[in-house]
Ligand binder design. Structure first.
Ligand SMILES: N[C@@H](CCC(=O)N[C@@H](CS)C(=O)NCC(=O)O)C(=O)O
Length: 215
């Protein structure tokens, strides 16, 4: 199977997919789409990713976008080292927390949305911070609910890495870029620390793909 991942080093949605591929030990070739240069808007790239966003995983010539759909496919095509718990209720919790980031936070602070909101860089940051603070507060609250019902553990849901960390840690990485105060988020911070201590978390980290340090 031939896998090509179109991604960008600092894109949080790209990190989710790099992380899942690393965790499962699935080999892929990477292709950088430079978001700051506007390469995501190129007509050729939009044939594969009509919204002009990364990530885009091309599987034997077939392009798949949307990180949740990609992670679902990876889970089914490569069931070894699962990133979803077995228990149906815990799986539902994972999907719920993922959507807090995927639908409720990241789309509101995406590059294209920030630029549409304002051309002023400071105004863009104020906008992004607002939605990130809102999303992270909701996540922190819900992690408490998950722990209280007995679904918690070393990671957000249970003692194994799940999709939650693949969404939460990149979102916290964004939060730091936008100077969001994380001191009131102890549960999220603990989940983040545990996630960043995993091999796959480090191997897929944006720092490793930064153009100046990338091999
Ligand atoms: N829901 C999409 C989000 C993709 C997305 O927003 N990607 C961002 C980077 S994290 C992007 O490519 N932005 C380019 C732009 O806004 O111009 C997914 O989960 O894959």
């Amino acid at each position: 199977m031939d896998l090509v991942l179109h991604h960008y080093w600092r894109s949080s949605s790209s990190w989710r997919v790099r992380w899942a591929l690393e965790h499962k030990g699935v080999a892929y070739r990477g292709n950088v789409v430079d978001l700051l240069k506007g390469e995501q808007g190129a007509a050729e790239f939009k044939q594969s990713s009509p919204l002009g966003v990364v990530p885009c995983l091309v599987v034997d010539g077939r392009a798949l976008t949307e990180s949740v759909a990609i992670l679902e496919w990876l889970e089914e095509a490569f069931p070894e080292k699962p990133l979803l718990p077995k228990d149906p209720w815990k799986r539902a919790r994972v999907r719920q927390l993922v959507e807090f980031v995927n639908a409720g936070t990241q789309p509101l602070q995406n590059l294209g949305v920030m630029r549409h909101h304002s051309t002023d860089l400071e105004q863009q940051k104020v906008w992004a911070r607002h939605w990130i603070v809102r999303g992270l507060a909701a996540l922190e609250h819900e992690l408490e609910v998950v722990a209280a019902e007995g679904s918690g553990g070393k990671f957000a849901v249970g003692d194994e890495l799940t999709w939650v960390e693949l969404f939460v840690t990149p979102q916290l990485y964004n939060a730091r870029r936008f100077s969001v105060d994380l001191t009131q988020l102890p549960r999220l911070s603990a989940v983040d620390a545990a996630a960043l201590a995993t091999e796959s978390g480090l191997a897929s980290h944006p720092d490793r793909f930064q153009p100046s340090v990338a091999p």
